[in-house]
Design a protein around this ligand. Structure first.
Ligand SMILES: [Zn+2]
Length: 97
């Protein structure tokens, strides 16, 4: 008899995607992070973050977004790089304001 293996489906998260922090070496090495990520940056004297698109890996600045203390970005993130159509809510894992 063939045993069917139960496969757990990926959970769909109502609150959107979680981006992981990337390290200094990665920041210096590339302008693209496949799978996405984020790091702190100072723009015009204000602390904000750079996010890498989870879909195309290209970066965008979050200076026009609000980042809550738990890393939740609002409004939702829209990838600025055509033809990428990423648009979702994201949370920056490990963010400290
Ligand atoms: Zn993108």
């Amino acid at each position: 008899m063939i045993q069917l293996r139960k496969v757990k489906r990926p959970e769909s998260r109502a609150e959107g995607l979680i981006l992981g922090p990337i390290g200094d070496a990665e920041i210096l090495a590339t302008d693209e992070v496949p799978g996405g990520g984020w790091h702190h940056v100072i723009l015009d004297g204000k602390p904000t973050a750079v996010a890498y698109c989870p879909k195309c890996g290209k970066k965008g600045y979050l200076d026009e977004h609000t980042i809550a203390a738990d890393g939740t970005v609002s409004p939702s993130l829209v990838c600025p790089h055509q033809p990428c159509d990423f648009h979702d809510n994201v949370q920056l894992m490990g963010y400290e304001s």
